[in-house]
Design a protein around this ligand. Structure first.
Ligand SMILES: [Ca+2]
Length: 492
């Protein structure tokens, strides 16, 4: 059993070539899926392939004009990515693994959860020429602390020009908390603003809170691109599209900036991952999987921004935002949750950007990291990560904010003095080995909290992701042999 699975995995890796999306892949959908009893993963019998999404937003028109995202780097601060059929192995590189999984060599860099891989498939499907950098912060059950996201964002800014052929110009952040701290002092908003000012378009999922849902932190930061989800109603034409029921509408003070298709999106399956195991009926054939959320919508926009930046490389983040919002298709019905409307890349490529500069007050980042967490706190065995602490020790927001703004939060493999990653760039993978063993000797924070694998801090933009406890036994390594999922698999 195990042998045959491994043999299959090896063959699959060897066969990685182009994207598998398109009508043929859609034809594999049985169309019989029903709501999963646990409801972790929202989907239904409809299915929208990434090829369909490309037509809805007009990405196909940019492809025909020669724009594929070539030369543009997209960072995915998420749960990691696994090399699966349909993902272009030479178009993904690993940044550091800052997640709780990283202490396990077999799981390091890999998407044990199934979220990042799904989004990577969407970005790659829309922008097949773009280069993805995976910065893993979420663990096998999606668990992540705000401090890990801060470190991930800081890393992206510090290393955005490591690959001169594909400088990182887009970061996808399908993550958010229910924190509501004033953006002008919040650390998370400060981190995304730093990326924005460094020339990186920060695409943030608005959240899956529905009609009464506020935008998540940091989507409510006024600078970034906050993305809601559209429901395409199963047709390519946008005239019948609506804001998806689950998409956070925000408030009059802050709406999503725009919406993009995000319902029943067929993308890459991550076999054996948490969401895959929990939601077998979301599978489409052997290699694909359906998922809904503003996470998916954000990934669509990230891919679209990559196409736009290849076509118009001179655009600043403010100008990208203006081009996308000024050209968006206004959905009928007046739902305020659409923001400017639905993404229309075919028009954005020619949209005017004069006067696009944003002049909101800037976040100082000197507020509370605990307030940025909202209710999304990591806990295990009654031990909760709370207060003004990072995962790695005491956190002084003012000290961090100064370093983050100055681009000095990372020095080599150390973030704010904590050894979190290797310091060497290997061309296709950043840092072969991360996490100094010293750190995990239990001398910081609460010691052996990693011994249990149940974390309640699930918040992957993510009402649909939460609610599951984690059976550590499933991750005994049977499904994720390091042999086939090692760095070498990515080296193309
Ligand atoms: Ca439609």
């Amino acid at each position: 059993m195990i042998v045959s699975r491994r043999a299959g995995a090896a063959a699959a890796v060897a066969l990685v070539a182009g994207a598998v999306f398109g009508p043929a892949a859609a034809g594999a959908a049985p169309g019989t899926a029903s709501a999963h009893p646990h409801g972790h993963w929202r989907f239904d019998s409809s299915a929208t392939t990434v090829t369909d999404v490309a037509r809805v937003i007009g990405a196909d028109k940019l492809w025909h004009a020669g724009s594929t995202g070539d030369g543009v780097g997209v960072a995915l601060v998420d749960t990691g990515v696994v090399p699966v059929p349909g993902l272009r192995a030479d178009h993904v590189v690993n940044g550091p693994d800052l997640s709780l999984d990283s202490v396990n060599g077999d799981a390091r860099y890999l998407d044990t959860y199934g979220h990042g891989t799904h989004l990577a498939g969407i970005v790659d499907g829309i922008a097949p020429g773009a280069m993805l950098t995976s910065v893993k912060v979420g663990a096998a059950d999606g668990a992540v602390d705000v401090s890990q996201v801060l470190a991930g964002l800081d890393w992206v800014v510090a290393h955005r020009n490591d690959d001169p052929r594909h400088p990182v110009r887009v970061v996808n952040l399908s993550f958010g908390t229910d924190g509501s701290q004033d953006y002008r002092i919040d650390p998370l908003t400060h981190a995304v603003e730093n990326a924005w000012r460094a020339g990186i378009v920060v695409v943030v999922a608005a959240g899956n809170g529905g009609t009464a849902g506020a935008l998540t932190d940091p989507a409510y930061d006024p600078y970034v691109l906050a993305v809601g989800a559209a429901d395409t109603n199963g047709t390519v034409g946008s005239g019948d599209d609506v804001v998806a029921d689950f998409s956070s509408r925000g408030s009059a003070a802050r709406r999503p900036d725009l919406v993009a298709p995000g319902r029943s999106i067929v993308s890459l399956r991550d076999p054996g991952s948490f969401v895959d195991v929990a939601n077998p009926t979301a599978r489409v054939g052997d290699d694909l999987f359906k998922g809904s959320g503003t996470s998916q919508a954000a990934a669509v926009v990230s891919g679209a921004v990559a196409l736009l930046l290849q076509a118009r490389p001179e655009l600043t983040p403010d100008q990208v935002k203006a081009a996308l919002t000024r050209s968006a298709f206004r959905l009928p019905g007046g739902d305020g949750g659409q923001g400017a409307g639905e993404l229309n890349l075919a028009r954005a490529v020619a949209a005017p950007v004069a006067g696009a500069g944003q002049n909101w007050a800037r976040s100082t980042g000197t507020g509370s990291i605990d307030a940025a967490r909202g209710s999304a706190q990591l806990s295990v065995g009654g031990d909760v990560l709370t207060g003004e602490n990072s995962l790695w020790g005491p956190f002084d927001a003012a000290t961090w904010a100064r370093a983050s703004s100055a681009g000095t939060a990372w020095v080599g493999g150390r973030w704010m003095g904590h050894e979190l990653a290797g310091a060497d760039w290997h061309g296709t993978s950043w840092a072969g080995r991360t996490w100094s063993g010293l750190y995990w000797s239990g001398q910081t924070w609460s010691g052996l909290y990693w011994s249990g694998l149940y974390w309640s801090g699930l918040y992957w933009s993510g009402l649909y992701w939460s609610g599951g406890s984690w059976d550590g036994l499933y991750w005994s390594g049977l499904y994720w042999s390091g042999l086939y999922w090692s760095d070498q698999s990515w080296s193309g």
